[in-house]
Design a protein around this ligand. Structure first.
Ligand SMILES: [Zn+2]
Length: 149
């Protein structure tokens, strides 16, 4: 491990660079088109901790897709296993995802996928910085006789 004084600065630069890489790599991805029609989704066991994450997304049912518009509607799925439409399983052609898989928030901006990816990069940088500033260097006197024996 490198202990040079610039190690932390170099790590910060790496995270910022990775964030900009994510932005660049996703810059030509668009969210357009109404529904790719996929029947594959992210399988979620809905409980009280995650049911609000369904709001603004579409669930796959036996014969259609159901848009979850609020917390009350999402709470109807508590205790059930559902398939949530996700950009991971979108079958749209080219560099685009359909609005149904992307969900309400991302579907309102055709370039939102790139911004969302950049947001993940920022979240990683923020986690890294928080972990760096939350640490303290603690020392303790070592008794060599008890440490070895
Ligand atoms: Zn799709």
């Amino acid at each position: 491990m490198c202990y040079c004084p610039h190690r932390k600065t170099l790590q910060r630069i790496q995270f910022v660079f990775r964030g900009s890489e994510m932005l660049r790599a996703t810059s030509n991805i668009t969210i357009s088109g109404e529904d790719c029609g996929t029947k594959v989704g992210k399988v979620i066991n809905v409980n009280k901790d995650n049911y609000k994450h369904l709001v603004g997304f579409n669930l796959i049912t036996d014969d259609s897709t159901v848009f979850i518009k609020d917390d009350d509607q999402a709470s109807q799925y508590l205790g059930l296993v559902v398939k949530k439409r996700s950009m991971m399983y979108c079958v749209s052609k080219g560099n685009s995802f359909c609005k149904t898989c992307a969900g309400f928030n991302l579907a309102n901006n055709p370039f939102a996928a790139s911004m969302a990816a950049a947001e993940y990069g920022s979240a990683f940088l923020s986690m890294f910085l928080k972990s760096m500033h939350g640490k303290t260097l603690a020392t303790k006197k070592l008794d060599i006789q008890t440490a070895i024996t």
